[in-house]
Design a protein around this ligand. Structure first.
Ligand SMILES: [Zn+2]
Length: 507
């Protein structure tokens, strides 16, 4: 029997249940289940997928799994390609491992005091000629080759540009310097590395490892002269060369090589429900690649566990992307939504960069990029947003999380520059307002580093109740963004404001 008092609370309970049920009826993302998210994550981060390294079999299986889910949800293939896959052509660059440069009685060895970066290998027996910075810029009246005959010779140059020897300028000038030397008939370019011994160690370690890039569309660089650095200050070599006397050198090396790698972005589209807005797009993105197995992973591993499962990075975000795809396909928001699972993030944001350079849907009609990625989490009462306060969408971001009891915090480690190190930056650089949504974290502390790019980042260490809430919040926030009344834009003075104005032709 109910007392009056109990009757009142019973009615309140009914009212509450009705509201709750009503909300559940309203949007499919409110019913995302733990079973479902757990299934996605346990498969994507399973040992069977071998760490999903870009171009590997596990990477391809992950892409196939994502495409199969999209198809099952009724997410459509882009009409322009009639495929869920966008091929991304990549090159794996194998570095030169052995090289020597001999001058008088001195021998400079690869990685010790010599670092050859490009070349087809072999023995070059030639005179070394100093040519300033090896630079030509008619407009500025610079011609470091004026009056020099470098045909068939090895050109020795200062590092970088005449007025900029920063590492960035140095790296960006490499191809141009080789082209200029080739135009003069030189057979190799060796720069005097003048950036100090510490940086030498960093640079030789970095360039001594295989790296991946988007396939170049320029002419094959293999016809350019061999290229490398010699550490200045370890001998009288640079002084003598700069004096311009005859300096015979012998340069030997094996070849650097390029291997073509194939991987795919996975793309689907959910057309908007409002005919007036369906030509506008919100891109939801997450990278599905990770770093692979064993020494590919870059971290410690053992014989028992050598697989970098990448459960947090980024099976977690990929799961949220899939739940959003399912929920939004079941009840489309007003604008169209592009589901974009990108590859090659761990190799330098390659898949997202490729999409931004080869968009399947026009970027000027793409109003927002809502990316999800993260290093890990240590605050399960919140989500962390890289780009909070920058795109005029904060109230929606807060609302979407609060619906599931989650707070929102800003990037706790701005010094790491994570906004510009995630896939959202590929869109931001083109002007599209873009943020990265991450599992909640408050600092890059021990609890993050324990799993970040470690073999321990496996499914058994994931809190699936938190992942369920995160997936709901991401999916619902995606809906709010796709229904936003006025198109979002960068706040005044933002780094990407000018790019945005250009993209959208805003005065
Ligand atoms: Zn990562």
């Amino acid at each position: 029997m109910l007392t009056v008092r109990n009757l009142i609370s019973f009615n309140i309970l009914i009212l509450f249940s009705w509201n709750f049920a009503h909300a559940q009826m309203q949007f499919p993302e409110f019913t995302i289940s733990k079973t479902e998210v757990e299934g996605h994550l346990r498969f994507l981060a399973s040992d069977a997928l071998q760490g999903r390294n870009t171009g590997s079999e596990g990477n391809r299986i992950a892409a196939a799994y994502i495409a199969a889910q999209l198809e099952a949800y009724g997410v459509q293939k882009p009409a322009a390609t009639n495929s869920y896959f966008q091929p991304v052509d990549l090159e794996q660059i194998q570095p030169i491992t052995q090289a020597t440069l001999t001058w008088n009685k001195n021998t400079f060895k690869q990685k010790e005091t010599l670092m050859m970066l490009r070349g087809k290998g072999g023995i070059l027996n030639a005179n070394a000629v100093f040519a300033g910075h090896g630079w030509v810029d008619e407009a500025q009246g610079i011609n470091d080759y004026a009056g020099l005959d470098v045909k068939g010779k090895i050109v020795i140059t200062n590092i970088g540009l005449p007025n900029d020897r920063s590492p960035q300028a140095t790296f960006q000038a490499i191809t141009k310097k080789r082209e200029l030397a080739k135009a003069q008939g030189a057979i190799a370019v060796v720069e005097l590395f003048q950036l100090g011994k510490n940086f030498w160690t960093l640079a030789t370690n970095y360039f001594g490892n295989p790296s991946m890039e988007l396939a170049s569309t320029e002419d094959a660089p293999k016809d350019l002269p061999a290229y490398g650095w010699i550490l200045e200050g370890d001998s009288k070599f640079s002084e003598e060369v700069k004096k311009g006397k005859k300096n015979k050198v012998v340069l030997t090396s094996n070849a650097s090589s390029l291997e073509k790698i194939k991987s795919d972005n996975v793309i689907g589209v959910i057309y908007g429900s409002n005919p007036a807005l369906r030509e506008e797009y919100v891109v939801l993105s997450a990278h599905y690649d990770h770093v692979g197995v064993g020494k590919q992973g870059g971290g410690a591993y053992t014989e028992q566990d050598s697989i970098f499962n990448g459960a947090r990075d980024n099976a977690f975000g990929t799961t949220a992307l899939l739940t959003a795809a399912k929920a939004l396909a079941a009840a489309p928001p007003e604008r169209s939504v592009i589901i974009l699972a990108v590859t090659g993030e761990e190799k330098g944001l390659l898949g997202s960069r490729y999409y931004a350079n080869h968009p399947i849907f026009p970027l000027e009609k793409t109003i927002y990029n809502f990316n999800t990625d993260g290093a890990g989490y240590n605050a399960m009462d919140k989500v962390t947003i890289f780009g909070l306060g920058r795109t005029g969408t904060d109230s929606l971001l807060v609302k979407g999380a609060a619906e599931f009891g989650l707070a929102v915090n800003d990037d706790p480690a701005p010094e790491q520059g994570l906004f510009d190190r995630s896939d959202n930056v590929s869109f931001a650089a083109k002007g599209v307002p873009a943020i990265t949504y991450s599992p909640g974290f408050t600092a890059f502390d021990e609890s993050i580093m324990k799993y970040y790019h470690q073999v321990t980042d496996n499914p058994d260490t994931i809190d699936f109740d938190y992942l369920t809430l995160y997936a709901k919040a991401f999916s619902y926030t995606a809906r709010l963004l796709a229904n936003i009344p006025t198109r979002p834009f960068w706040v005044t003075g933002d780094k990407y404001e000018a790019a945005g104005k250009q993209l959208y032709s805003i005065e």
